[in-house]
Design a protein around this ligand. Structure first.
Ligand code: PAF
Length: 283
């Protein structure tokens, strides 16, 4: 496995693979990889001849007061995990390699990005769409792999790929959880022991909502309120949002009759965590 830092080198490797007739999978990440990322890489390896993992903490998707400077980084550990998972190349560019100093072109979307996380992170998805478009143009993969944990991001990317005619299959992969239910996230490392325990409230409350839907509840407000009420039993949790939305267009729903996404963002201390479940009440 190779660590590549320049766009030029990566392009020449992909060109060579293409000459050999190989298919190419891309797993975009911001590094500090965990088992959730590993599951994406393993899936990509099983479905493509060659796999690139991008490992880049993308500055344009962080707001002014967010954690860009403290976001955890460990390229050596990432290298070992990628190697073990069977990736061929890690693309690890410096910010200057990805963005010209006078960069003034961005990819943005005027729906899907305004609600949920977009309310508190109004510039976030523009940064995500911009960097993912750039990665798509650099790697030109056949398939790209994203985790369902960032459900809004996955829906946004699917829409961008449709609207911009990227000839890339987007593969969504299930949330990977710790044994006690906490969704894996690089940001979990910010949590103290006490906060780590408190963070279980996200999954517990969502599970309660999911069970309500499974038992036949169709009123979205009732499910949302039950989730919220349970979240509020945890003194260390400060809820940013709990929303039940249409799984495809992310618009809030009143009745649970089509596939929905129930998503939440919660501050545990200073750390903002997200989690969700999707379900199709017709099944
Ligand atoms: O999900 C992430 O880690 C990032 O948002 C992504 C897709 C790698 C873009 O920087």
């Amino acid at each position: 496995m190779q660590i590549v830092t320049t766009i030029e080198e990566l392009r020449s490797i992909v060109k060579w693979w293409r000459g050999e007739g190989h298919s190419v999978g891309l797993v975009p990440t911001m590094g500090f990889l965990h088992e959730g990322h590993k599951s994406l890489i393993v899936k990509a390896v099983s479905e493509n001849d060659r796999v690139v993992v991008s490992d880049f903490v993308n500055p344009t998707q962080f707001g002014a007061n967010e954690d860009l400077s403290t976001y955890p980084r460990d390229i050596e550990r990432d290298g070992a995990l990628c190697e073990e998972a069977g990736a061929d190349v890690i693309f690890h560019p410096a910010p200057e390699e990805m963005y010209f100093e006078d960069n003034c072109t961005f990819v943005d979307m005027n729906r899907l990005t305004k609600g949920l996380c977009g309310k508190t992170r109004p510039t976030h998805f523009c940064g995500v769409c911009t960097v993912v478009s750039k990665l798509f143009n650099i790697v030109t993969p056949d398939r790209a792999y994203f985790g369902q944990k960032d459900a809004q991001q996955l829906a946004v990317i699917r829409r961008m790929v449709r609207d911009m005619n990227f000839n890339i299959e987007i593969v969504g992969c299930p949330i990977v959880r710790e044994e006690d239910g906490l969704a894996m996230s690089s940001r979990n490392t910010y949590l103290s022991e006490k906060e780590r325990k408190a963070a279980l409230i996200l999954h517990k409350s969502l599970t309660l909502g999911e069970e309500l839907i499974q038992s036949g509840e169709k009123d979205a407000a009732k499910v949302r309120d039950a989730i919220l009420k349970n979240m509020r039993t945890e003194p260390l949790a400060r809820v940013d949002y709990v929303e039940i939305v249409d799984a495809e267009n992310l618009e809030p729903v009143k009745r649970i009759e089509k596939p929905i996404l129930a998503a939440t963002a919660v501050y545990i201390g200073k750390t903002r965590l997200i989690d969700n479940f999707s379900c199709d009440p017709r099944n």
